[in-house]
Design a protein around this ligand. Structure first.
Ligand code: C2E
Ligand code: MG
Ligand code: MG
Length: 708
């Protein structure tokens, strides 16, 4: 018989530990005697006569089955069953009854008792069979419940791998999906916890253990931990491990089950997002956020004296805009990329190079005792940049202006360091580019002063706190005033009159020169038109106006200028625009187009401060300038023998043969006037004739019709 065969399993004489709860000594003795006679099982019987003592025994020792009498001195009826069952839900209970409480026994079975026996009828055979069945059924039920739990987990994450850890036996069931997720066949993975733990990334293992132990100790509701897991190919996947411990009555975990989810794709996306947030899109270098972060760490280390000093180099490419404008943005981008790769290559591991935007870069160099270390790096950067970049058939070379700040200055926050390196960089640019400057306190002071000036200038441009002075230009031949140069003055609310040398360059840098320049032009044209009406002559008085190169880079420049002439009624031939040689040399396409258009309209073009810049006479010819103004530095040396006299003579000869007019600037002495007259210089300007004058004084001067 099949049943007999299965029972035969137990006849290997496994010890069955029986708890007998029976208050009637006779009944207890009878049952004990019957069990002792049994050949199919070896029973070890513990007898108690109260429920309370039965519960005590259950709590501290293991039983395989309980034989439970209903009517006890300390408990009666179904309640007796419930108390025991609640205390040990997995312990099979066989209820012992007398005939009259049969009903009660049936209810107990409904509530989970494995069987009931009527005491009188229970002979040895029946008793043994009941006990063996009870144990078998309980085992089967437990297995079913386990698989149901597992099934519930499976439903929760169809694509998840599942695991089920028998903590007592230290054996883990890994589901086929758990294994295939890692690229293994079912039979490749055993049932040891090491199959899992050993595949966790070494860096993730200690925190994983901590989380696991904490959960097992009851410190968390569930285990939830993301870690890297080595797969069959030896690569790491990101997985999310989730699990819950199952605990016995005392709270001790005996089992833990959970799932494993592949989150590699999500992690990858997260990393990408994180990377994007901290890196420059074009070059892949660190961005400002990351750079400041690294700087903050470096600073904290220095403050804790945990690391030696460091330096920050802030630099900006000189004339990068020219590359962009003349060769196009694609070439510009490639140049930035090429520079980035070279910088990365030359830096030590641990140092950081960042692109802060445009053509601005910053470098953080660790372990630099003093500025000389940083200077060495600055020199290397120049070397690297000056090596030719070959991009799309163009050979490009660049230089950089570099500012250096050193941590020994005693900084408290990273932004300060970067700001000071930036200030030093501006100084390097102002001092002539392709060089470095080291930040010092004075620089900070002048940077603050500059900032203040900038703010004030902005406000003044807005309010119109400016006025014009006019300096006569004289025909050396006739000794008469033929025109004026308009020179702007700033009426500073506190400092009084400020001359252009102290604010024009800031106005250029900030772009304020554009609104200011248009104001100067309108004012000068209007004033000149008035004088022309008051003091008619042929040709009429002309006006020379200094024009910033910035204005020539505006596409609406010509229209704007024509508008002013129309508004003021000044003829184009009465207007001379003075530009410096650099405007000519930079020869951006737009500037040249504008210059040519203006010329075509009859407006005169004049080159200011001639001889101090880089222009060559060939440019003069090519762009048909009408006039050049010999710089004061040559004129002032005319009285003393030397090169100046020869230079002025050469300029005059060339200008004469090209048909270009000349104005000698800064004439201060009679001797200078004489010499220029001997050299046939057509026009002169300078304190010898008159200082720049406010309009009423200039008007008086014209009215007095002086001759020199
Ligand atoms: P600049 O165009 O070469 O103007 C001549 C400067 O030399 C003027 O200085 C003038 O006062 C000065 N000067 C004239 N004669 C003599 C002399 O005999 N001896 C000496 N030592 N100096 C003399 P200022 O007015 O201070 O202007 C300086 C510069 O500022 C100008 O040089 C010009 O480049 C610029 N500037 C002046 N006004 C404007 C303007 O409205 N717009 C622009 N963009 N720049 C201007
Ligand atoms: Mg001038
Ligand atoms: Mg000049």
């Amino acid at each position: 018989m099949a049943a007999d065969e299965s029972r035969a399993e137990f006849q290997r004489q496994e010890l069955v530990r029986v708890l007998l709860v029976e208050d009637c000594p006779d009944h207890a003795a009878l049952i004990t005697a019957k069990l002792k006679k049994a050949t199919r099982l070896r029973a070890e019987i513990t007898h108690v006569d109260r429920v309370s003592s039965g519960l005590e025994r259950i709590a501290d020792s293991d039983f395989d089955v309980v034989l439970l009498d209903f009517s006890l001195p300390d408990s009666f009826g179904i309640d007796t069953f419930r108390r025991v069952h609640e205390a040990a839900p997995r312990l099979p209970i066989i209820v012992l009854t007398s005939l009259d409480d049969n009903q009660l026994a049936v209810q107990a079975v409904r509530e989970g008792a494995q069987d009931y026996l009527i005491k009188r009828e229970a002979d040895t055979r029946l008793l043994v069979r009941s006990i063996l069945y009870a144990i078998e059924r309980q085992t089967a039920e437990d297995a079913l419940r386990d698989s149901e739990e597992r099934y519930a987990l499976a439903v929760r994450g169809a694509n998840d791998g599942l695991w089920d850890w028998d903590l007592g036996a230290d054996v883990v069931f890994y589901s086929p999906r758990w294994k295939s997720m890692l690229g293994f066949e079912v039979e490749d993975v055993g049932d040891s916890p090491r199959e899992w733990i050993d595949r966790i990334h070494p860096d993730d293992r200690p925190p994983f253990r901590r989380h696991l132990d904490a959960h097992l100790a009851g410190a968390s509701e569930q285990l939830e931990f993301e870690h890297r897991m080595r797969n069959a190919a030896g690569e790491y996947l990101w997985v999310l491990a989730r699990g819950v411990a199952v605990r016995d009555e005392s709270g001790k975990p005996y089992r833990m089950a959970g799932s494993q989810t592949d989150i590699t794709a999500r992690k990858r996306a997260e990393h990408q997002l994180q990377h994007d947030a901290l890196h420059d899109g074009l070059t892949g270098l660190a961005n400002r956020v990351l750079f400041i972060d690294r700087l903050a760490f470096a600073l904290a280390d220095v403050q804790r004296r945990a690391a030696p000093h460091f330096s920050v180099l802030f630099f900006d490419l000189d004339r990068f805009k020219n590359v962009n404008d003349s060769l196009g943005h694609a070439v510009g981008d490639k140049l930035l990329l090429g520079i980035s790769r070279r910088l990365e290559h030359f830096l030590r591991p641990g140092d950081t190079v960042a692109r802060l935007g445009g053509d601005e870069f910053a470098i953080l160099i660790h372990r630099v005792e003093d500025a000389s270390g940083a200077i060495h790096v600055a020199d290397r950067i120049q070397d690297i940049l000056s090596m030719n970049f070959s991009i799309g058939g163009h050979d490009v070379m660049v230089t950089a202006s570099i500012g250096i700040a050193h941590s020994s200055t005693g900084y408290t926050n990273p932004e300060e360091i970067l700001r000071d390196a930036d200030i030093a960089m501006y100084r390097a640019k102002a001092e002539g580019k392709a060089r470095y400057e080291i930040f010092d306190r004075d620089m900070h002071q002048s940077a603050v002063a500059l900032l203040k000036l900038e703010t004030e200038l902005r406000r003044s441009v807005h309010r119109g706190d400016f006025l014009m002075n006019y300096q006569p230009i004289v025909s050396l031949d006739r000794g008469r005033i033929v025109g004026f140069e308009g020179l702007v003055r700033w009426q500073h609310p506190e400092r009084g009159i400020v001359t252009p040398a102290n604010f024009i360059s800031i106005a250029e840098e900030t772009g304020l020169i554009v609104p200011l320049g248009w104001w100067v032009l309108r004012e000068s044209c209007q004033q000149t038109r008035l004088w022309q009406e008051q003091f008619p002559s042929e040709p009429p008085l002309w006006i020379s106006v200094n024009m910033s190169g910035k204005l020539f880079l505006k596409s609406d420049m010509v229209d704007h200028l024509l508008g002013i002439l129309e508004e003021t009624g000044l003829e184009p031939r009465s207007l001379r625009l003075e530009v410096t040689e650099n405007v000519v040399m930079d020869h951006a396409d737009l500037a040249i187009r504008n210059l040519m258009e203006l010329r075509a309209l009859g407006i005169q073009l004049s080159i200011d401060d001639f001889g101090t810049g880089y222009s060559s006479l060939s440019y003069l010819q090519r762009f048909h300038y009408d006039e050049l103004k010999i710089d004061r530095s040559f004129v002032s040396q005319l009285s003393s023998p030397g090169e100046s006299r020869a230079i002025v003579e050469t300029i005059l000869n060339l200008a004469n043969s090209l048909g270009i007019g000349v104005v000698a600037e800064g004439i201060e002495t009679a001797d200078q006037v004489d010499r220029l007259r001997q050299m046939k210089c057509p026009h002169g300007q300078g304190y010898w004739f008159s200082r720049p004058l406010a309009p009423p004084a200039a008007e008086e001067l014209i009215a007095s019709a002086p001759t020199w």
